[in-house]
Design a protein around this ligand. Structure first.
Ligand code: F3S
Length: 441
């Protein structure tokens, strides 16, 4: 039996596709082993989002070849779309598979082992509007399943290469998503997270049929066994009164919204080619707060974007405070060759990026603590996920619907159980403890 090892780089969509490729290999009779082990096939699902990601992708490909020079090394995904020519010349790489072609992995390997000369499967994504069919039946994480429902992006933010590596918006058929979610529900998954490259664009290619993001959500909401539906990153403009009101009628929807902000300064947003203003963003958060009680609003922020002055940064910081986020992912702007932002003249020195990042991380910590602790004394449901240890004591840890971490004392039959109780105290800066009255529901 041939052994195959896979390694994922990049985002949740890529991770989903790595799982799908792994399951295709398994179904074809490969034994899946850890990436550190000696394997006959190494698949690296690459990322190309920054110059650093490109470098990491190359390093992993070379590391795989060094592990076993006789193995077949497969480069898949975004770095293939961005640098196919380079990879064709790279002696460490045997096969290359672009995005939208990952389902070709097994036939391509069959051809390789049969001694055929076919070494790649790549398509021009600027031309393609076909959603590639990939499926999963399980996931490494056992309580929460990430489901890819959409690919591609039409936004062209000035710092981002993804529209070039992923192509135009393509949505997955709702019946196909439904089928996968039903299988996962039967497997015992209680929570799903809908993900996509630009999730909010779901359905723009199904307009004629009247299918949109809300249609998909409602269909998945009706599936028995699924108790929670969470969303990946959302574009703020998707939040309208109608959308929020409809969502609020669906009890399985987690009041946890990751609304990608990137900057709290209109001038910076303009240079980023983001299509909203801070006022607009604030308005969308207001809608969420009108229809959901204490929703968790989380976001991404880039510091040190080209041309970001001290005043612009301060404006961003003040805006973040004004919104009151639960969690923020702070990124230091990282250059990506081939993007407009990379060619902008006023690149910000690393040292300044570090200072700004530190300041926002501190703010994040404070806001996160305030939000989390606002739930003390309140009754919440917690889906328990795994064992953890805090100050020498064993607990089962999970999340509330708002994605706040909470624990109960450890017992070995609590994994994947939905529990309910009153949040009693903060054990540390991340985790709350349920009081003694908690019970499995
Ligand atoms: Fe990277 Fe491609 Fe995802 S560039 S972040 S793996 S879409």
């Amino acid at each position: 039996m041939r052994k195959a090892a896979l390694h994922n780089l990049g985002c949740k969509v890529n991770a989903y596709e790595t799982e799908a490729m792994e399951q295709l290999l398994e179904a074809a009779g490969y034994e899946i082993v850890g990436f550190e082990e000696k394997a006959d096939v190494y698949v690296i699902n690459t990322c190309s989002v920054t110059n650093v990601a490109d470098k990491k992708s190359r390093q992993m490909l070379h590391r795989a070849k060094a592990k076993n020079p006789d193995a077949v090394v497969v480069a898949a995904g975004c770095y293939v779309q961005a640098a196919a020519d380079k990879l064709r010349e790279d002696a460490a790489v045997d096969l290359i598979i672009g995005n939208n072609r990952k389902a070709d992995l097994v036939p391509l390997l069959d051809a390789w082992f049969a001694g055929k000369e076919i070494k790649e499967s790549i398509t021009d994504l600027a031309e393609s509007n076909e959603y590639e069919k990939l499926h999963i039946k399980k996931q490494a994480e056992h309580t929460r399943a990430f489901i890819k429902v959409q690919d591609g992006c039409n936004q062209f933010c000035s710092y981002c290469i993804i529209p070039y590596t992923r192509g135009r918006v393509r949505s997955r058929r709702p019946e196909d998503v439904e089928e996968e979610v039903k299988i996962l529900a039967e497997e015992g998954y209680k929570e799903i997270v809908l993900t996509g490259i630009h999730l909010t664009s779901y359905g723009i290619d199904f307009k004629d049929e009247g299918i949109d993001f809300l249609t998909l959500i409602k269909r998945l909401h009706a599936i028995d066994g699924i108790e929670r539906i969470r969303f990946g990153s959302l574009e703020p403009r998707v939040i309208t009164e109608m959308f929020a009101e409809e969502l609020s009628k669906l009890p399985k929807i987690c009041p946890h919204f990751h609304l990608s902000l990137q900057s709290g300064c209109d001038d910076t947003l303009k240079r980023m080619n983001r299509h909203y203003t801070c006022e607009d963003y604030l308005y969308r958060c207001g809608i969420l707060r009108k229809y959901f009680r204490d929703p968790a609003i989380t976001t991404d922020v880039i510091v040190g974007f080209p041309g970001e002055t001290e005043e612009e940064f301060e404006a961003t910081k003040a805006f973040l405070e004004r919104i009151g986020f639960y969690e923020m992912h702070i990124f230091k702007y990282s250059r990506r060759a081939g993007t407009r932002a990379d060619r902008m003249p006023e690149q910000v020195p690393e040292q300044i990026k570090n200072v700004r990042s530190e300041a926002l991380l501190l703010l994040e910590k404070q806001m996160s603590k305030a939000y989390r602790e606002s739930f003390l004394g309140k009754k919440k449901t917690v889906l328990l996920e795994e064992k953890t240890e805090i100050e020498g004591r064993a607990y089962m840890i999970g999340h509330t619907m708002e994605y706040v971490k909470a624990v109960v004392p450890y017992a070995d039959d609590l994994k994947n159980k939905m529990t309910e109780g009153v949040l009693k105290e903060a054990l540390n800066d991340e985790v709350l403890l349920l009081d003694e009255s908690w019970k499995v529901v």
